[in-house]
Design a protein around this ligand. Structure first.
Ligand code: FAD
Ligand code: SF4
Length: 508
């Protein structure tokens, strides 16, 4: 019997349960760098570098522990094809792996096992609080699938921010209302910098390789300083809870020119590569809460993202794939403007959000949801093109977390399946939450005409077009009530102007 233990590029945890009883005489760990995966979408150079560097660091850790490793560098094949070759060559009888996050890969590996008549051992990924079965059970008797109720269940089940009777700490489950402040008029002031890491030899080699092999791919490697080892990820976590968490909550939604990270944690890539376990992140946050006497609203706001949203979107992805990838509730078909890949647009908010994304492979949640996502929805862009962009351009993008956020939340492509309303906003919201409009040639208050903000114009156009849908829900009725205050002649002018905008998206 020969067993291969497959470790994927986003499963870099030395505590992997499959390594526990590894037999060094008969078993072999397999890791595969696949060029096909790097080009599946037109990936940001920093995303490719992050995966390769983290994988190579992990491989050297395995080797140092004396674990037999078959590490395939830069296979031109897909992971499944490269794996097939190894199975045949090694005459393996068993293959063991943690469940891949990505639906496509899971299918491909399952197909391999039936094709080669090899025994398959697939374990649940222990990096999540909620198993697929538990999520399915929760869904079974629900009329509506909403984060809030799932999140409360997770809080109670895992005794996080609840008292002995199961009541929420501070008397309420959710402090979202306290977490939506813009920066002061004068700007964010001094922000404690995140922990960054100078590239070591492995990372420098990877950077050179990526520059040479993928010169046409989007994004820059100049600022590449992301954590690529568990040790670095732990330093990043410690730095965040000490210096940045106290101010995280209040300014969670705020945006400001040349302030790419604000007070955010920047932990998503380390979490998604499994360099960090969400349990230790939440534990560190709870400890910091007591130790530094932090506001409950910031602690709850942060924990909600990890214990709530992160688990919830994963559950939805597993439940709704492959349908989720094809969803297109509004039947939108416009092409993604090329400037999403270059940042070369006159809309300052988009230029800022896309510009920092190209520099770092990072934008925070509100930039993704209410700037680039909002525009893509209002501009009626084909959801699959938008999803491919998000999957390509962010260092933390793995389909199980990217797709539900993009298709489900930002684009409302899955209808109201797991969000209560489309997240749309006019330029007024962006003006309130940032200083972007001050540096823009457009005016967020103008709905049509030469200086009209395209986002404001398309927002009202969207409401006019989908008036019935927005009127039918108490959560969105106020938006159409505001629309009713706009004179009919102005509404016609909005629609006419929107036609011209939608016809020239490429040149905005
Ligand atoms: P923080 O703001 O510091 O939040 C802390 C952690 O909470 C994050 O590290 C992340 O692990 C988790 N989290 C926060 N919001 C979400 C969410 N909505 N869903 C899942 N986890 C969440 N996140 C990804 O990890 N990968 C993606 O590919 C991704 N694509 C997105 C696409 C769109 C259109 C939108 C609206 C959101 C997307 N998100 C994605 C969620 C979120 O924007 C990022 O997790 C976050 O910006 C990462 O930065 P941070 O680590 O500084 O997060
Ligand atoms: Fe963006 Fe409109 Fe503000 Fe310009 S005016 S920054 S396009 S919201």
């Amino acid at each position: 019997m020969k067993k291969l233990i497959l470790i994927l590029g986003d499963q870099l945890d030395i505590q992997n349960p499959l390594l526990e009883n590894l037999n060094v005489k008969t078993d072999q760990v397999v890791m595969i760098e696949s060029a096909v995966e790097a080009q599946h979408v037109w990936s940001h150079k920093a995303k490719i570098a992050l995966f390769l560097s983290a994988m190579r660091h992990f491989a050297s850790e395995l080797e140092a522990l004396g674990i037999p490793l078959n590490y395939v560098k830069q296979s031109p094949q897909s992971i499944a094809d490269a794996l097939r070759e190894i199975i045949v060559r090694e005459q393996a009888t068993h293959i063991a792996f943690l469940e891949p996050g990505e639906w496509r890969l899971k299918q491909e590996i399952a197909n391999l096992s039936s094709e080669l008549k090899i025994e398959l051992e697939m374990r649940e990924d222990p990096h999540f609080y909620c198993s697929h079965q538990e999520f399915k059970n929760w869904v079974a008797d629900k009329k509506e699938l909403r984060l809030e109720f799932f999140y409360r269940l997770m809080r109670k089940k895992h005794h996080i921010l609840v008292d002995a009777q199961g009541n929420p700490e501070g008397g309420q489950w959710n402090f979202d209302r306290d977490n939506r402040k813009p920066f002061p008029k004068k700007g964010p002031g001094l922000i404690s910098p995140p922990e960054f890491f100078e590239p070591d030899t492995i990372t420098r080699d990877v950077i050179t390789f990526v520059e040479k092999t993928y010169p046409d791919h989007p994004g820059s490697l100049q600022h590449f300083q992301w954590p690529v080892t568990r040790e670095q990820a732990l330093i990043a976590l410690d730095g965040f809870v000490r210096h940045r968490l106290p101010t995280f909550g209040i300014y969670e939604d705020a945006m400001w020119t040349d302030t790419p990270f604000a007070w955010h944690s920047l932990l998503s890539s380390a979490l998604n590569l499994k360099l960090l376990n969400p349990r230790e992140v939440i534990e560190a946050v709870l400890l910091a809460w007591k130790k530094f006497d932090l506001d409950l609203s910031t602690v709850e706001g942060f924990i909600r993202q990890i214990l709530g949203w992160r688990e919830f979107v994963r559950g939805m992805y597993c439940l709704d794939m492959p349908q989720m990838a094809a969803d297109n509730f509004y039947d939108h078909h416009n092409a993604l403007p090329n400037w999403y890949w270059t940042g070369d647009t006159q809309m300052n908010c988009m230029r800022q959000a896309i510009g920092q994304t190209l520099d770092y492979g990072y934008a925070h949640h509100i930039q993704r949801l209410m700037v680039t996502g909002n525009f893509a929805l209002l501009a009626e862009i084909l959801p699959q093109a938008v999803c491919d962009w998000y999957l390509a351009i962010y260092i933390d993008a793995i389909e199980w977390v990217e797709l539900p956020n993009t298709a489900g939340m930002a684009l409302f492509a899955s209808g109201g399946r797991f969000t209560s309303k489309p997240y749309i906003a006019s330029g007024a919201y962006i003006k309130r939450m940032s200083n972007y409009c001050a540096g823009c040639q457009y005016d967020p208050a103008i709905r049509f005409g030469e200086n009209a903000c395209p986002i404001t114009n398309l927002y009202w156009n969207f409401l006019i077009k989908h008036r019935k849908q927005f009127e039918s829900s108490p959560r969105t009725r106020l938006m159409t009530a505001n629309l009713a205050r706009i004179e009919m002649a102005d509404q016609e002018a909005i629609v006419a102007h929107a036609k011209t905008i939608l016809a020239k998206l490429e040149s905005l």
